[in-house]
Design a protein around this ligand. Structure first.
Ligand SMILES: Nc1ncnc2c1ncn2[C@@H]1O[C@H](COP(=O)(O)OP(=O)(O)O)[C@@H](O)[C@H]1O
Ligand SMILES: [Mg+2]
Length: 386
């Protein structure tokens, strides 16, 4: 199954483009599912149908669904919530407050992530289109598998041993509710699922991300940062989609400055994001709602390209030999030295860009070597191991 994620600033047309792409894929004969991780649930508005947590066929071979986070929370996370409720209760919070606190922020996004692998395992679809929440949430969401597994790898096994041996003592002494095996079991299950999601998202054959932008300064600035962070986490972007371009037919002088600005911004996008292909869609003469209008937009957007194809194939993390040295290269497009921080432990390389950090597990070939130097040039971080 091929997974394509769409992200971008709020209102740029993510949902519209995701829905249009799904229709293109289904018309190419592929069994296509489209789901939204955005709690705003506009996928239903876009297709102009009612959607729920099940799959609704919106066009031949094209099914859409909207995640029911509350329901998923109960089935996947019930044990942990129960435990948290006990802790809050012990801490003297009343029931209503405890109930609110035990809804962990961002959990619905974790469920959406694990849904991706559930689709793959079920094997009922050839393509899964994911309409993501606005950028900030999406990056947090895509960084989750990495952060959580790093944390769980180190802290979790120890935590479990500790509570196992100290459990009865702690319970007698302080009466703090100690997490039982079922809580650890649930956490471990979640962790394994997230690991699977991360593998899927890093595998360029199985999934890529498309950045949706409008030819506007602030939108492009945000897309640049998104591209940097996605690359940091090893997720592959295979296209930029420039949406809402004013068409030639608009000749009203009121729009002439807008049109000039758009031409300039489109050049910036082409240059800045190269070698990514930049797909274009015009501002339609009305809202793009319903299968017919989405179809039109999808056809003009992809032209002769295959909507489900990998539009550019490049691994953001590469290791190559240069003479006696090995060089680990990490694409960090648009990153500057000022927001970059690199350090290493014997086994890992820690790379921080702005607020985000990634721990790259070093392969055996690099662990025994010393770092001889690092450079950031044209959006590529090169770490030389001697
Ligand atoms: N190319 C376009 N031409 C005209 N209207 C568009 C176009 N793309 C999106 N829209 C409209 O803009 C609004 C916001 O689009 P939407 O896809 O919901 O954005 P997002 O998911 O990024 O928040 C919707 O009403 C949609 O119909
Ligand atoms: Mg949307």
């Amino acid at each position: 199954m091929r997974t394509i994620l769409f992200t971008g600033k709020g209102g740029v047309g993510k949902t519209t483009v995701a829905a249009a792409t799904a229709l293109q894929c289904s018309q190419a004969g592929l069994r296509t599912a489209v789901m939204s991780t955005d709690p705003a649930h506009s996928l239903a508005d876009s297709f102009d149908v009612d959607l729920d947590g099940s799959l609704t066929e919106v066009a031949p071979r094209c099914w859409a669904t909207q995640l029911d986070a509350t329901e998923r929370m109960e089935t996947n996370w019930g044990e942990i919530r129960g435990y948290l409720r006990d802790v809050f209760d012990w801490a003297g919070l009343d029931e209503v407050e405890a109930e609110e606190l035990s809804i962990i922020p961002g959990l619905d996004e974790i469920f959406a992530l694990t849904d991706i692998t559930a689709f793959e395992r079920a094997g009922d679809h050839d393509v899964l289109i994911v309409d993501c929440a606005p950028t900030a949430e999406t990056i947090r969401f895509l960084s989750l598998p990495d952060i959580l597994s790093w944390y769980m790898d180190r802290v979790f096994p120890m935590g479990r041993r500790l509570t196992q041996s100290l459990g009865p003592v702690v319970q007698r002494l302080a009466q703090v509710p100690v997490a039982g095996d079922e809580v650890f079991g649930a956490a471990e299950r979640m962790y394994r699922q997230l690991d699977g999601v991360r593998d899927l998202l890093r595998d360029g054959d199985r999934s890529t991300v498309r950045l949706v932008v409008n030819p506007e300064k602030m939108v492009i600035a945000e897309a640049r940062r998104t591209y940097t962070y996605l690359s940091l986490f090893g997720y592959r972007v295979d296209a930029v989609i420039a949406n809402r371009i004013l068409p030639e037919q608009v000749t009203d002088p009121w729009f002439s400055q807008w049109k000039d600005a758009q031409v300039r911004h489109l050049e910036t996008i082409d240059e800045g994001f190269a070698p990514l292909p930049v797909l274009r869609a015009h501002l339609a003469d009305a809202e793009v709602v319903g299968v017919d209008r989405l179809d039109e937009l999808g056809a003009s957007l992809y032209g002769d390209r295959e909507a489900h194809g990998v539009l550019i194939d490049r691994d953001p993390l590469r290791i190559e030999r240069r003479g006696d040295e090995l060089v680990l290269s990490l694409d960090l497009p648009f990153a500057t030295k000022a927001d970059l921080d690199v350090s290493r432990s014997p086994e890992e390389l820690f790379v921080r860009v702005g607020p985000y950090r990634r721990a790259v597990l070093l392969p055996d070939s690099l662990r025994r070597r010393e770092v001889a130097g690092a450079s950031l040039c044209d959006g590529v971080l090169d770490i030389t191991f001697s």
